[in-house]
Design a protein around this ligand. Structure first.
Ligand code: NAG
Ligand code: NAG
Ligand code: NAG
Length: 435
C-alpha cells in the first residue's frame, strides 16, 4: 500500500517528466526521439572524465588533486554540456568548440623540460536543445568558479560590455550566422593546489554583424577600456596595413579571471592564409615582434611543420583535407598583452585536423618532435597515451581528436606545446561501440 509520501513523490516525478518531455517536443529544430532506454545524460558526460582522469595522472597531478578535479568536471561542468548524443536524433548541438560539436575539450600542455599541465575549455549549452545560449544565460556559468582564490571579474565584465550582443528578444534578428556562440569558458588545473584559474572567451562576430561595425573596432574599444591600448597599437597598425580582402578576422578576446594587475588579455585572429611564410609574417606582425622568445616559437613551428606536412615548401599554402562544411577553418594566432608590459607575446594554433591525414599521423609527428628535442619519454609514450585516452575509434582512420596544436614561448624555458584534444562525443563510431 503506497504511503501519501510515496504518492506525492510519484506525482512529482511524473510532473517533472512530463515537463521535460514537453520542453523537448517544443524544441522544434531538434526532433527528439524520446527513448526510455537512453542512458541518463549525467552518466554519459561522466564518461568524458575517463580521458581527463588519465591525462591528469599522466601529467603527474597528485592523486588527491586528481580526485578533486574529476569531481569538479562531473559535478560542475558536465551539467552545463546540454543533452547527450543519444538524446538527439539526427541533429547535434550547435557548439563550435569542435567539429562534431562536442562542447568541451582538454588541453595537454607540455613544457620544454617535459613538465605537463592540463586545462579545459567548454561552451555552456541549453539544457533543452543543446543550442548556444545568449550571454545573459551563458555568463552565469561563471558561478562554477565561485570560491576559487583570487577570482576577479573586472576584465571579464569589460569584455562582456564591449564585445557581446545580448538583446532582450533575440528572435527578432534575421541575420544568419555560421554559429551563434558568443562566449565560452575554460580554466587551468593548477598542479600544486586545488585551484582553477578561470579563462573567459568572448566572440564579437554576432555584435559586429548586428550593429554593422567591424570586429576590429569592437576590439579596439575593448582594449582601450582594459588599458592595454599601447601594447595593441603595434598589432592594430599592422592589420590596418593589410588590404581588407586579406585581413585576418577577429576570432575572440580572452582574459583570465584575475585582478587587472595580474591579468592577461589575448586577441585571437583567424587567417585563411596557410603557408609557413604567411603564418610567420602574421605571428611576428610583419617582423615587428622580433625577440628571442618569438624566434624560438618560429623555430619550433618550422620543426613541427616539416613533420606534419612533409615536402611542403615554405611559401606553399597547405591544402585542406576536409570540406568547407567544417567550421571553423584557418590558423589561429593570439597576441597576449598585460598592463605595464610593452611586448606582445604571440601564440600560434596549427589546425592539424584540417591539414593532416589522421590522428595517428599527428601523433607520430608529435612523438618525433618530442624525441628530437630530447624529451624521449614523452615521445615514446605519446601514441600509447593517446590510445588510452580515446578508445572509441582507430586513430588512423581520420582526424578529429587533435583539433589544434599550439606553440608559444613565454619565458627562458623555451617553447611549450599545447595539444587541444576533442573527446569526439558525437563521433559516429561511438554509436556502435558504446564507449
Ligand atoms: C533552445 O532552448 C532555448 C532555451 O534553453 C531557447 O531559448 C531556444 O529558442 C531554443 N532553440 C531552438 C532552436 O529550439
Ligand atoms: C613547466 O615549467 C615552467 C617552469 O616552472 C613553467 O613556466 C611552465 O609553465 C611549465 N609548463 C607546463 C606545461 O606546465
Ligand atoms: C595571404 O594570402 C594573400 C592571398 O593569397 C596574399 O596576398 C597575402 O600576401 C598573404 N599573406 C598575408 C600575410 O596576408
Amino acid at each position: 500500500m503506497p504511503t501519501p509520501t510515496h504518492l506525492a513523490a510519484l506525482l512529482l516525478s511524473w510532473v517533472i517528466r512530463t515537463r521535460v518531455l514537453l520542453s523537448k517536443y517544443s524544441a522544434k529544430q531538434h526532433n527528439y526521439a524520446v527513448d526510455d532506454s537512453v542512458k541518463p545524460r549525467a552518466t554519459f558526460w561522466r564518461e568524458g572524465a575517463r580521458s581527463l582522469s588519465y591525462l591528469l595522472a599522466r601529467a603527474s597531478y597528485p592523486d588527491e588533486l586528481r580526485q578533486e578535479y574529476l569531481a569538479f568536471f562531473n559535478d560542475k561542468l558536465a551539467p552545463l554540456f546540454g543533452p547527450s548524443p543519444a538524446e538527439f536524433s539526427g541533429s547535434t548541438p550547435s557548439s563550435f568548440i569542435s567539429d562534431d560539436h562536442t562542447p568541451f575539450e582538454f588541453i595537454w600542455a607540455i613544457g620544454r623540460k617535459g613538465n605537463m599541465s592540463v586545462r579545459f575549455a567548454f561552451e555552456p549549452l541549453s539544457p533543452f536543445n543543446g543550442s548556444s545560449l545568449p550571454p545573459r544565460k551563458s555568463m552565469p556559468s561563471l558561478d562554477i568558479l565561485r570560491g576559487m582564490p583570487s577570482l576577479d571579474l573586472t576584465w571579464s565584465n569589460i569584455c562582456r560590455r564591449t564585445l557581446l550582443f545580448d538583446p532582450p528578444c533575440p528572435s527578432e534578428n534575421r541575420v544568419h550566422f555560421q554559429h551563434s556562440s558568443q562566449f565560452f569558458l575554460g580554466g587551468d588545473f593548477e598542479t600544486h593546489a586545488n585551484t582553477i584559474v578561470g579563462k573567459v572567451y568572448f566572440l564579437p562576430h554576432v555584435r559586429a554583424a548586428l550593429e554593422g561595425v567591424s570586429d576590429f573596432s569592437l576590439v579596439n574599444n575593448c582594449i582601450s577600456d582594459l588599458g592595454v591600448e599601447d601594447c595593441w597599437g603595434l598589432a592594430s597598425s599592422y592589420f590596418d596595413s593589410i588590404p581588407e580582402s586579406n585581413r585576418p578576422t577577429i576570432a575572440m578576446v580572452a582574459v583570465d579571471c584575475l585582478e587587472p594587475a595580474k591579468n592577461r588579455a589575448k586577441v585571437y585572429i583567424r587567417t585563411q592564409n596557410s603557408s609557413f611564410n604567411d603564418i610567420v609574417e602574421l605571428l611576428t606582425l610583419g617582423g615587428r615582434i622580433s625577440d628571442e622568445h618569438v624566434a624560438q616559437t618560429v623555430s619550433a613551428m618550422r620543426h613541427l611543420w616539416r613533420l606534419f606536412f612533409p615536402g611542403v615548401a615554405d611559401d606553399t599554402p597547405l591544402s585542406s583535407k576536409r570540406g568547407p562544411e567544417y567550421y571553423p577553418t584557418g590558423f589561429l594566432i593570439y597576441y597576449e598583452m598585460s598592463l605595464g608590459r610593452a611586448v606582445l607575446v604571440p601564440k600560434v594554433y596549427i589546425p592539424v585536423r584540417h591539414y593532416c591525414d589522421s590522428d595517428s599521423q599527428i601523433a607520430t609527428a608529435l612523438s618525433r618532435y618530442f624525441k628530437d628535442v630530447g624529451l624521449d619519454e614523452v615521445g615514446e609514450r605519446y601514441h600509447a597515451d593517446l590510445k588510452q585516452m580515446f578508445m572509441h575509434r582507430d586513430l588512423a582512420t581520420r582526424t578529429g581528436v587533435h583539433t589544434y596544436v599550439g606553440i608559444c614561448t613565454k619565458d627562458s624555458d623555451g617553447p611549450m606545446i599545447y595539444n587541444y584534444l576533442s573527446p569526439e562525443a558525437f563521433a559516429p563510431e561511438r554509436h556502435t561501440s558504446h564507449i
